[in-house]
Structure formats: structure tokens, C-alpha cells
Design a protein around this ligand. Sequence first.
Ligand code: 5AD
Ligand code: SF4
Length: 351
Amino acid sequence: MNHRDLKRHLKATGNLQQELFSEANRIRQQEIGTNVYFRGIIEFSNICEKNCYYCGIRKNNQKTKRYLMNMEEIEKCLDFIQESNYGSVVLQSGELTTPKAKEFLLNLVEFTHKHYPEMGITLSCGEFDYDFLKQLKKAGTHRYLLRIETSVSSLYKKLHPNDHSLAKRKQCLENLKKLDYQVGCGNMIGLPEQTLDDIISDLLFFKEMDFDMFGLGPYVIHQDTPLATDENQKWWHENKENIFNMTLNFIALLRILIPTCNIAAATALDVFRPDGRIMALKAGANVIMPSVTPQKYRNDYLLYQNKPCVDGNAERCYRCIIKKTRSAHLNPVLGEQGNALHYLIRTNGKT
Ligand code: 5AD
Ligand code: SF4
């Protein structure tokens, strides 16, 4: 597909969109089959030292009640993941690079790897220096998810304060690759002032960097953030349908461009439609990340407003997800780590 085709498909609706999904599914079937893998996600802390303008748990949002789960609480979540046979865990938090926070994270990975040796471990905790990423890898981390958010420098600057650097983020992604991680990236789709060309640039950046996994989703406005001006709120509500469709189309295009990668169906899609994540699976995604975060913390991990399942618990998410996956005529796989075939090929079978 040339640039024009990519753009046409990114905004596709109706028949053209259905054709796009069919092609993505044909490629999925041919390259990786219909398996869907799970990662239980534990949002273990909402403390963040950064101030991204779009995010509800940014440092300066005084309304967010901050928490860090203790090891006992995290252990219960890990037990649940083990018992449910999800196969992998995602440990997610805000970005915190103090020596104390780094020590906690390193201990957490060591603990998880020691007590749940079969479990795939993914981290999603923001940017760290090369040496610390090396330590985390050595301690047992298999994968790292770091979204670029947007690959377009002018847009990145509009979404972040001056001390947040796109170049540094790119360097961190390079470092993760160098360290032999399974590397995941992603963007947000439907940001204020983001153009179709900007989104295509993200797609081409992903293709060029040849990542193993993707966690990408729609931008969802959060009222207590600088990006939620009256004008942007109005714009966002008027463009919801479009943002949702473009996210699904982006997933399908990614499946076509990088056939053997893992693509997660983002929870944020369920803000738009109750079966948003399932529609993403039908468009080419093959990973789903049911929440295992204890109920009492769910309302404090609001990156965006109207987050689904905040009243739910891990058991309920489990039942719901398995049922929904089957309803999409896909095959929920329990008891396997579900590593990206892309990574296995790239590294000749190392995990
Ligand atoms: N809408 C959608 N996604 C968001 N994130 C942060 N804020 C929002 C928002 N308002 C995403 C970012 C980040 C991930 C953890 O959550 O992409 O990388
Ligand atoms: Fe922190 Fe991540 Fe939110 Fe930025 S997007 S404020 S780094 S949690």
C-alpha cells in the first residue's frame, strides 16, 4: 500500500472497512492462527513524576489519590493470575525513577520470577536508563511496553511539557531492543490536532522499528487535564465515532504490515462501545489484558475518564473476557505465555 492507500484505509467505514478487516484476518489466520493470549494486568502504583497533558494520573493532578500496592497485595494478584492460567502478567505503573522506586520494581520482578517461574513478565513503567533496564531484564522481565504516544515531534511537544523528550523515549526503545527484550510500542489515536498524516507516520515508524508487540488505543479525554479545554472536549465528543473507527483500522493495518506481531486490544476501546475490545480482536488484535487490579484501587488509576470495569473485580473480568473472546469465534488460550512470534523469529527462539 502506498501513502494514499494507507490514508484511505485509515479513515475507512462501511464496505471498505469490512474489506480491510477481512484482509487483516486472512493474514492473521495465515501467520499466527486464531489464538488469543491473555495478560493479567496489575496497576500496582499510580504515582508518576511526569506531567503528560492528556493523562489523568499526571503528577500535577491533585484530585488523584496516590497509592502503591504492598507486596502482599501484589502477591494475591499474582496468585490469581496463576490460578486463572492467564500465562503472563503486565506490571504497570506511573513513571517513577527515584532509587527507592527502582529498588521496589527490581524486587518485584525478582519475586515474581522466583515464585511464578512459568509466568511471562511484561513491564509498563515508563522510561529508565540503560543499566537499570539491563538489571530488570536480568531479574526475569521478558517484555517491555513503552508507547511512543506520537512519533511526530511537533505534536509530541504540544502534548508534553518541555522536559519530556521524544528523542529520549526513542532512545529508550532502542535500548530495550539492544537488551533483547520483547519490545512493545504504541500510540494514541484521535489526539487534538493530530492529522491523518501524523497517524500514518506512527504506522511507518512502527514498521521501521519493527517492534514485536503493540498496545495502542484511542485518546479519551480526561476532564482534569490541561488537554481538556472546552474546545477540545466539544471536539472530542463530536469525533468519538471517527476516533473509534480509526483505531480499529489502525490495528488492521498494523496486522497487515507486521503480520507476526502481538497486538493488544486496549481497554480504552470499551469506553466507546461495550464490545470495543472484541471488535479490536476481530480487526486483527490477538492479545487481551484483563484487569487484576484490586477493586479498591481501580478508581484511582484513571488515565482517562469513563474507564470501564472500575466497579468490577478480577473474577468478573475473567468470566467476561473468556466469554467475549469465544463469541468472536477466536480461541482463548490459557496456560501459555503467548510470546510474539515476531520476537521468536527475530531472535531465533530466545525468550
Ligand atoms: N486516553 C487514552 N490513553 C491514555 N493514556 C494516558 N492518558 C490517556 C488518555 N487520556 C495512555 C498512554 C500511556 C498509557 C499507559 O496510557 O498512551 O502510555
Ligand atoms: Fe505518567 Fe504515563 Fe500518565 Fe505520562 S502517560 S503522566 S508518564 S502515567
